[in-house]
Design a protein around this ligand. Structure first.
Ligand SMILES: Cc1cc2nc3c(=O)[nH]c(=O)nc-3n(C[C@H](O)[C@H](O)[C@H](O)COP(=O)(O)OP(=O)(O)OC[C@H]3O[C@@H](n4cnc5c(N)ncnc54)[C@H](O)[C@@H]3O)c2cc1C
Length: 537
């Protein structure tokens, strides 16, 4: 091997949610030498830390700017796919909604995919160990862990009205979506602490940075894993105009997220021989599952114009409102700026036969918050979005060329399965029914459907889903854990057929959790750290 620019025990490619957890846990003994390589830069920008800053982060300098390939079931639309490009990854730009999914999700990984050790009874301790919950505690929650979890200090009156409306619709009130049942409606808890975002970069990595055995390199994009026979021995990283080589004496760990980890494997010649041949990459290790099984939640938004200009949109437009909110935040770390905007939540059933809720809703007391979502005519409003939690459609991530700087071809294959389409339409139908309840209707002037269309018939609902479905930012599954030929890593997250190479991030989920995905990714990295260190996981 040529001269290495550094020698470590573990080299982690990707400093996002999982990478930051690993960097902390693997260096805790003060001796193990760890290098964390992150393609993005620092998280110094205050907008990242201010909860309301989420509104500015779904596009721009901290997003990779990825797009899907034309989505067949969505009128061939090319859909933006925000993914974090900054230390902390998705955790530095996300909406901070804290949900973990249901025990059935993890039991299903164990029983349906042969992922021994991943049943809920076996992984629950990792959720608990990660958590520092400021309201809830045992047996479902943890206190004193690195990840701050808090209530939104003062939910907006519209969000509280949403929760009442959802009860009028028929959902029970639920004060803890991460307790015995997700079913019902309430205000989300968020990954925040003392009125600030608590990403894994803040909760885990920042305290670990003091350790001399941890090196973090920003703006370092891993382009490939170097193999010596069957063993991963190093990675190559592009840093500005230089290409550097970092040696890993024990293991290389890929934590680039569900869209980048399969890309790095493919660039290294590890993947489906057919895909690699198509782009002229020599096959070093044939593994057909790499980049397959991509799935994501497909989100549908409805915007409502309000009778008065009382929503959080005021903050962006009315100067005295902005000044008073800024003062309140500066003095008390409280008020509207301490809100993540995604406040109201609900889980319900689209398919009455489902064992656990299969629809999730997010209510925002503002309009046009996320990139690409229209704000309506006045620019003042509120938003309810919904998605089907257990999609059956599966897509792919494939490198477009052997050039590591080229974006991958990402095909989530949104709502291609007719069942997914039908359930998405049902989520939309329920959204409108919730918003029509008296508690909410009194505030609403007008529904604003993207494109100005009407929704009366089932066909119109299906057409709306095809025309406006978009990512919920939860891609998973592209380096799936399991024991079948379709899987990429074993239940201990080692790449099948190779030594000293693991994948640890959202890509290893064999199937999406019935929830947002950050907490599950933290749990995966927590368990992985025990497996890597040989601590009975
Ligand atoms: C806009 C948005 C909103 C979201 N909202 C929520 C929410 O409210 N609640 C929730 O639970 N989840 C949410 N998520 C999802 C959650 O953030 C992700 O599931 C989670 O961050 C995935 O963690 P990961 O470690 O797999 O990947 P990431 O956190 O994406 O980390 C991957 C890291 O690897 C880096 N990287 C990529 N390629 C390379 C390379 N070649 N070399 C070096 N580094 C590389 C990336 O820059 C990134 O920092 C949201 C995500 C986004 C993008």
């Amino acid at each position: 091997m040529p001269h290495a620019d550094g020698v470590f025990d573990y080299v982690i490619a990707g400093g996002g949610t999982a990478g930051c957890v690993l960097a902390d846990r693997l260096t805790a003994d003060g001796r193990t030498r760890v290098l964390l390589l992150e393609a993005g830069g620092s998280d110094r920008n205050p907008l990242i830390h201010l909860p309301i800053g989420f509104a500015k982060l779904t596009s721009g300098p901290y997003d990779w700017g990825l797009r899907t390939v034309p989505q067949k079931a969505c009128n061939d639309r090319v859909i933006p796919l925000a993914q974090g490009k900054v230390i902390g990854g998705g955790g530095s730009i996300n909406a901070m909604v804290f949900t973990r999914g249901t025990p059935d999700d993890y039991d299903g990984w164990a029983t349906d995919f042969g992922c021994a050790g991943w049943s809920f009874a076996e992984i629950q301790k990792y959720f608990i160990r990660s958590e520092d919950n400021d309201r809830l505690s045992a047996p479902w929650h943890g206190n004193g862990g690195p990840l701050g979890i808090s209530d939104i200090p003062d939910p907006h009156p519209l969000s509280r009205a949403f929760v009442r409306a959802a009860q009028q619709f028929g959902l029970p009130y639920n004060g803890d979506f991460n307790g015995p049942s997700q079913y019902g409606t309430g205000i989300y808890q968020t990954t925040t602490k003392n009125g600030r975002r608590c990403s894994a970069a803040i909760g885990y990595l920042r305290p670990a940075m003091k350790r001399p055995n941890l090196v973090v390199r920003l703006n370092a994009a891993v382009s490939r894993v170097v193999l010596d026979g069957r063993r991963a021995v190093a990675v190559e990283a592009i840093e500005g105009v230089e290409v550097r080589l970092y040696r890993a004496d024990r293991e290389v760990i890929l934590s680039g997220g569900a869209l980048a980890s399969p890309k790095i494997l493919q660039l290294s010649g590890i993947g489906d021989p057919v895909d690699l041949a198509g782009v002229g990459v020599d096959v070093r290790h044939g593994l057909p599952g790499v980049g397959k099984n991509l799935h994501d939640h497909c989100d549908l938004d409805v915007i409502y114009e309000l009778k008065q200009y009382q929503s959080m949109d005021r903050l962006a437009r009315v100067r005295p409102a902005t000044v008073s909110a800024a003062l309140e935040y500066a003095l008390f770390r409280n008020g509207p700026l301490a809100s993540t905007l995604v406040e109201g939540g609900a889980f319900s059933f689209g398919d009455k036969e489902a064992k656990t809720p299969d629809l999730q809703f997010h209510f925002l007391p503002a309009a046009g918050v996320e990139a690409g979502i229209q704000a309506g005519r006045t620019g003042y409003g509120c938003t309810l979005n919904s998605y089907f939690l257990r999609p059956r459609s599966r897509g792919t991530v494939r490198i477009a060329s052997a050039d590591p700087t080229a974006a991958p071809l990402v095909d989530p294959n949104f709502i291609a399965d007719p069942y997914d389409l039908e359930m998405s339409a049902e989520g939309l139908r329920q959204s409108r029914e919730i918003m029509a309840q008296p508690a909410m209707a009194r505030y609403i002037k007008k529904e604003h459907l993207a494109g100005g269309g009407q929704l009366r018939t089932k066909d119109e609902y299906l057409a709306f889903a095809r025309a406006y479905g978009r990512t919920a930012y939860h891609p998973v599954g592209t380096c799936a854990m399991g024991v079948s030929d379709a899987s990429v890593v074993s239940p201990d997250l080692r790449v099948h057929g190779l030594d000293a190479l693991r994948v640890v991030d959202a890509s290893v989920m064999p199937r999406l959790t019935s929830s947002n995905t950050q907490a599950a990714t933290v749990m995966i990295a927590e368990k992985a750290s025990d497996m890597i260190l040989g601590i009975g996981a």
